[in-house]
Design a protein around this ligand. Structure first.
Ligand code: SF4
Length: 405
């Protein structure tokens, strides 16, 4: 139970950011301070100690950090806790087969190649992605922007914002701006207000989206003053990123998520969710059913279920495409249509996103508008190599390679 002034601090998003737990030593200290150390599963403790011992040789440029708020969702007695799996560095992260020295591997969606101005990706003609910040309330081990996220100082400066705004102004084909990062809501309110104001002045923009995980990792970031700013620049869409139903549970004094979503929706903000399908976190129909129903009752609409992108150190998180499709198929019988996400694959090499639809597939022979063919071959380790050939929005073909046991 929090005492009164501790509760006041806990409710402050600045306090949460300043007090992030950012090393193995601090995790152990936090567990002791919260009387959880005695209950911790021996396997989890072993993992923390391995991380502590090996971290220097792992050369982690992608940092570890987690808000005190999010750490409270971890079940320390469960070695398979889906919350902990998303944040705790593991040896698997440093052992996968991707060539870590190849810079293209760190940017499989070619976001840096399609960057006319530093900090802005222009890949589809009608929309741009603006990386406002490289900081987050916590760092997800499967993050697809590990190449820069967690290095706060590498984010575009305020001077560079003007170059970005000029680029958007001079490209009338751009209809939508997606503010992303890192987490754009790690910026102060006055900066968010300034950027939204400048964007609203551009007459060819139809849509402004903010992609943030703060509703999951730091919902106290949605303050009354932020909601007022968002209302002023109506209409704004927020796309958030819940991966597991536990992240929506009311396991502490208040239901911060429901409160934050209510504030946003009362301010005219549309709130959507995208989930990443992650092995050992949410790769079952049951979990997806529960997650999407909980989102619905929290006032958040299901939007996308993403395949985990091919970033170094994430192979252990990736779920075979066919399993993803089976999960989506199962949801059709359990969830209302408005709580069904679309299953999306971001094509390697900057091909863009394609939706994979359940009814495009037959049981033995994969054919259709999105998936053209599948071939398999056995490799030495008796794992199957599966090659999917997918067609993107421009009609170009791209391949996805999967190794399956
Ligand atoms: S919150 Fe988003 S940007 Fe930040 S580490 Fe997680 S996935 Fe990456």
């Amino acid at each position: 139970m929090l005492i009164e002034n501790e509760s006041y601090k806990f409710d402050s998003w600045h306090w949460q950011l300043q007090n992030r737990i950012d090393s193995a030593e601090k995790v152990i200290l936090w567990l002791k301070e919260n009387n959880l150390f005695e209950q911790i599963s021996p396997l989890i403790l072993k993992r923390i100690k391995t991380w502590q011992k090996l971290a220097p040789s792992w050369q982690i440029s992608f940092r570890f950090a987690v808000s005190p708020y999010y750490l409270r969702f971890v079940d320390w007695q469960n070695a398979d806790c889906p919350i902990l799996r998303q944040i705790l560095p593991s040896p698997e992260e440093f052992n996968d087969k991707i060539d870590k020295s190849n810079l293209d591997d760190w940017d499989p969606l070619a976001e840096e190649k399609n960057m006319p101005v530093r900090g802005l990706t222009h890949r589809y003609p009608d929309r741009v992605l603006w990386y406002l910040s490289h900081s987050c309330a916590l760092y997800c081990r499967f993050c697809m922007r590990k190449r820069k996220v967690s290095q706060a100082e590498s984010a575009p400066s305020q001077k560079e914002w003007e170059l970005i705004l000029n680029y958007i102004r001079s490209h009338r084909e751009i209809k939508e701006v997606i503010l992303s990062g890192g987490d754009p809501l790690s910026l102060e309110d006055k900066h968010i207000d300034y950027i939204l104001k400048k964007l609203r002045e551009i007459d060819h923009l139809y849509s402004i989206r903010i992609h943030t995980r703060m509703l999951v990792t730091l919902p106290m970031r949605i303050t009354a003053s932020l909601a007022k700013i968002l209302a002023k620049h109506y209409p704004i869409t927020i796309v958030t990123h819940f991966n597991h139903p536990k992240e929506l549970e009311n396991n502490i004094e208040k239901n911060y998520v429901k409160q934050a979503v209510r504030l946003l929706r009362m301010s005219g903000v549309d709130v959507l969710n995208q989930t990443v399908l992650l092995r050992g976190v949410n790769d079952s129909a049951k979990i997806q059913e529960k997650l999407n129903l909980k989102l619905l009752t929290s006032g958040i609409r299901a939007y996308y279920l993403h395949r985990c992108d091919e970033i170094p150190g994430t192979e252990h998180f990736r779920v075979p495409l066919e399993k993803g499709i089976k999960i989506l198929k199962a949801l059709r019988g359990t969830n209302p249509g408005i709580s069904l996400p679309r299953y999306m694959v971001d094509l390697p090499g900057g091909g863009g996103k394609v939706p994979l639809e359940v009814n495009y597939l037959t049981s033995n022979n994969i054919k259709g508008d999105s998936i053209e063919n599948k071939s398999t071959s056995a490799n030495h380790s008796k794992k199957k190599n599966i090659v999917y050939s997918l067609v993107n929005w421009e009609g170009k073909s791209f391949e996805i390679h999967e190794r399956q046991s």
